[in-house]
Design a protein around this ligand. Structure first.
Ligand code: BGC
Length: 277
């Protein structure tokens, strides 16, 4: 089992990265951050990731070996079989981009690319506010966009994208993401009412047992959680800004371990011709 992996969290405004101790979910060494390149084209973001991984490899001895330390990348996009399929808050060049292949080539490491909210959710379920929570649980990340990760008895149902549910004729995240509060100059209370409407709509469709709210605003839950009326328990995420990095690293390590555990055909063991044919 790999004990260390690198996680990268690509956001609408910043890219965060760090080496993660997978036994504890803690960062090993510093958390690095750089502004997301504008425009956030795949080429620009891939080269930013290459620079971040090189800096981490120099600074953290446990993360130096490309053969044993994989990289997980969380990105605000639907990700299916390593292909990014949507681009709500990043450059449209990510639609149908062979992300896993291109990052692997540029970083010369094993790379796994996943949706950013799915990554953050996996980390919260393992090390944070979701530990031991069964039934349907939603982790929602409130940032530039609103990301969602659904867990059923602790197992992720990927790519749920509830930021794009339609409420009042448009994408719900246009009103409920935390960037919407700043963009529209709203008070916490006024923004909480819009977020509440979104949470109530999700409750109507999924009846979750718990909402875990993450993203930068999870640092100040007292500013808006008291205004929420939805009849579902709400907790603030515990890993705060590190959840996306930690979860991405967990995905990478699990994928690499699974690949190593898969039985390999011994060399030269091609199937013998079937004598009956
Ligand atoms: C994107 C999601 C992402 C969320 C949070 C949304 O606009 O469609 O893929 O998880 O923002 O970044």
């Amino acid at each position: 089992m790999t004990d260390c992996a690198i996680g990268i969290d690509i956001g609408g405004s910043g890219i965060k990265a760090g080496a993660v101790d997978l036994r504890t979910g803690q960062l090993v060494g510093e958390r690095l951050r750089m502004a997301t390149p504008m425009p956030s084209t795949p080429q620009a973001v891939v080269s930013a990731a290459r620079r971040l991984v090189a800096r981490i490899a120099r600074a953290v001895p446990e993360a130096a070996d490309p053969a044993t330390v994989p990289v997980g990348i969380g990105i605000p996009s639907v990700v299916v079989d390593g292909i990014t399929k949507s681009a709500a808050n990043i450059d449209p060049g990510w639609v149908d981009y062979a992300a896993t292949f291109e990052f692997s080539r540029a970083l010369a490491r094993n790379v796994v690319v996943v949706n950013d909210a799915d990554a953050a959710g996996v980390a919260e379920m393992r090390f944070g506010a979701g530990v031991g929570q069964l039934g349907s649980v939603f982790m929602l990340t409130l940032g530039t966009g609103l990301g969602s990760a659904l867990f059923s008895d602790g197992k992720l149902v990927p790519n749920t994208e509830l930021g794009h549910m339609e409420i009042r004729g448009r994408d719900a995240e246009r009103r409920s993401a935390s960037s919407a509060r700043v963009r529209r100059g709203l008070s916490w209370k006024a923004w909480a009412a819009d977020l509440d409407e979104h949470l109530i709509a999700i409750d109507r469709l999924f009846s979750p047992r718990l909402f875990i709210l993450g993203g930068g605003v999870s640092k100040n839950p007292e500013k808006f959680v008291p205004f929420l009326t939805v009849k579902v328990p709400i907790v603030a995420a515990e890993l705060r800004n590190d959840a996306g990095i930690v979860g991405a690293a967990m995905f990478a390590a699990e994928r690499m371990d699974a690949a190593q555990a898969a039985p390999l055909e011994p060399p030269g063991a091609e199937r013998a011709p079937d004598p009956a044919t």
